[in-house]
Design a protein around this ligand. Sequence first.
Ligand code: SAM
Ligand code: SF4
Length: 320
Amino acid sequence: MLVDSYNRNIDYLRISVTERCNFRCQYCMPEKPFSWTPRENLLSFEELFEFVKIAIDNGIKKIRITGGEPLLREDIDIFINMIYKYKNDIDLAMTTNGSLLKNFAEKFKKAGLKRINISLDSLNRETAWHIAQRDVLSDVLSGIYEAIRVGLIVKLNTVPVKNVNDNEIIELLEFGIKNDITIRFIEYMENSFASRSLVGLTGLEILNKIGEKYKFIDEGVELGSPSHYYKLENNYRFGIIEPHRDDFCSHCNRIRLTAEGDLIPCLYFDESKSIKSSIRNGNILEAKNILYEIIRDKPEKNRWSGDGESSNRAFYETGG
Ligand code: SAM
Ligand code: SF4
């Protein structure tokens, strides 16, 4: 079992398999980075899998594959299957922008993926285009429908931004209701890579908009999830993720691994430790020790709950 200095049980590993992306979301990667990490600097799937085995053997129970856009990395279904074959009861999930999913969902399901979170910020073609700086909506919707069809457990992620998509919160919620999939609204997390002009909505502002049309009850924070859940009168549940809340980190159960092999204890801070050379040298004990050090040093809290703080980490690198 992996327990940090604040007595939090860390059982969730997020792996960003690539920093590359085919979208240019305003809140994440509005411009292409000056250069991409050279491919030889990235851990291969075999190398990532060596670390995955250590993580699972030491108490990780949930793994999410993310990015950048994870579907841009070739043979990602093979990586999913490597993990599934090692431990088939692992909670194996992915986060994607959905744009390439139509042709992959079935493969992923067969490889052992259980759940998929798909980012959907707007149901309006122009607004979705404005946010991703690409004409993405119809491909994303096809990806969502295909993931549902093949039997993956689908959730939607939406980042509401003032004067961009905040007029669509009810419509997006109703899309979730109609398709019987959970939607989670994520507070925009300020970071130095995002477009300067963005102002996110607080969880309360999102709830107030939903309250204009629907009555709901507070179901509290779900164990092992960053989400606070609410239930409508028709029993539909939706979530709000509020990293700006002072108590948000008290139940954090996660660490992150980047494609380059950096192990990150918290999304906000710059601290990380690399497992790359340990893995490449076949030094399993050293990699395991780094895992324990990262968990020991995991900070108590992020800094978004402070006044106007902005992180220097790129979400496309850490996987969000
Ligand atoms: N490309 C995939 C996608 O967009 O779903 C996976 C990677 S993306 C970094 C993971 C999640 O982080 C997405 O749901 C995205 O909306 C969210 N995200 C990115 N930047 C964010 C920000 N500044 N604030 C809040 N959420 C953010
Ligand atoms: Fe790409 Fe996802 Fe970042 Fe959008 S949020 S730019 S889809 S990595």
